[in-house]
Design a protein around this ligand. Structure first.
Ligand code: QL4
Length: 364
């Protein structure tokens, strides 16, 4: 019988409106084929950046000009460019548990990277003060991987910390912010920034598809100046055809239509999954970070080890990811086995069966 996926690393590509996307692409080919020779702008095509600017000011309260946006084929790529805008020996600190791929990436780039802990409000300010880094990299709107939401008060505290010294930056990675379920959207940290301290990073991986490889960062004016000097002869890494098709998809209203439809679909799956888990596991499990995004964290009360559960999950044919890879320096020992549970690739009709298999994998 078939596999059931709790992967947090995927969107439901069966639901993507490829017919609408191709329609946009055909319009681009019809009206803008000459642009296919235009690879000169290091930040991406201006008209595309204008559309993204309008979109995120509407959806995330982000304040910026198209001139400040830099497109790139993935968050890693943009992070690499950002690191080269600040002095060599800068120190970067990030969340633990956190996004291990960026942690490993920064280490391999010989960046001096440290980690700070989280409390229930997200990044721990006291940890950050102790480390005294130049750059703080955070995911405040749906902390990766715990899903925590950083309240406004903590955001203000963080901004105040950044303003205390002129060589401090906050990298706000807002990667999972399109889908909010309980609270309505908290505006981006960047929208509170008045001292050019926040570099906002976003992507279309969750809202559209990871395979599109279109992400962006918004540079404060003084860093934009450095960027333009350093990358004057640089070619943009995102394909021009993808850029222009994305612009058409946004400008035609297809993007907002898609988000509205996916939000309903994901909201339904999320609610059904949480109810099924509640019914099956009762107080043997604890869920956190479910107020937004396409995954939440779940911790189980059991004597079984995470490794044993992952092995049993394979036997039960469920795709399941544990929290372990995201503990960057100190594994949280005080809790039971903990997993990231994604529902973007979990059709409604598989939810009950998936939860039953999960139960067998843990207690069976
Ligand atoms: C914190 C954070 N920031 C940015 C990104 C996106 O990177 P980009 O696509 O290169 O811009 C991810 C993707 N994280 C990866 C999951 C984490 C992991 O690797 O285990 C991929 O996540 C998804 C991709 C598509 C749909 C749903 C999830 C990120 O976890």
């Amino acid at each position: 019988n078939h596999w059931i996926s709790f992967s947090h690393m995927a969107t439901d590509t069966m639901q993507f409106p490829f017919d609408r996307w191709v329609h946009c692409e055909q319009r681009v080919i019809k009206h803008s084929r000459e642009q296919m020779n235009n690879i000169k702008h290091p930040q991406g095509l201006y008209s595309v950046r204008e559309s993204i600017c309008r979109l995120i000011s509407l959806t995330r309260g982000v304040k910026c000009f198209p001139e400040q946006i830099v497109l790139g084929a993935g968050t890693h790529f943009l992070m690499q460019m950002f690191i080269r805008l600040i002095p060599e020996n800068s120190t970067v600190s990030m969340e633990d548990p956190g996004y291990n791929r960026i942690y490993t990436f920064l280490k391999n780039e010989q960046v001096n990277v440290q980690t700070f802990g989280l409390d229930d409000k997200g990044a721990s300010i006291s940890d950050i003060r102790r480390l005294n880094p130049n750059v703080v990299y955070i995911t405040p709107s749906h902390q990766f991987p715990t899903g925590r939401l950083m309240p406004i008060a903590r955001r203000v505290q963080l901004l105040n910390w950044a303003m205390e010294s002129n060589f401090r930056y906050i990298l706000e990675d807002d990667y999972d912010s399109e889908f909010k379920y309980e609270s309505d959207t908290i505006p981006a940290l960047q929208s509170l920034d008045t001292f050019e301290k926040v570099i906002y990073m976003g992507c279309f991986s969750k809202s559209l598809m990871p395979g599109l490889r279109v992400s962006y960062m918004i540079l404060p004016q003084h860093l934009l100046y450095v960027f333009r000097k350093k990358y004057a002869d640089f070619f943009q890494s995102c394909s021009v055809l993808t850029q222009l098709t994305l612009q058409e998809f946004i400008d035609s209203g297809e993007y907002q239509k898609h988000i509205k439809r996916m939000k309903q679909l994901y909201q339904e799956r999320r609610e059904m999954l949480m109810l099924a888990l509640e019914t099956r596991f009762g107080d043997k499990m604890k869920i956190e970070g479910a107020n937004a995004g396409l995954h939440f964290r779940i911790t189980f009360e059991t004597e079984r080890t995470t490794e044993h559960i992952l092995k049993r999950a394979k036997e039960e044919k469920i795709e399941l990811y544990s929290m372990n890879p995201f503990y960057l320096t100190n594994p949280e020992s005080n809790q039971g086995p903990s997993f990231v549970l994604g529902f973007a690739k979990l059709p409604k009709e598989h939810i009950d069966e998936g939860v039953n298999r999960l139960y067998r994998a843990i207690y069976g």
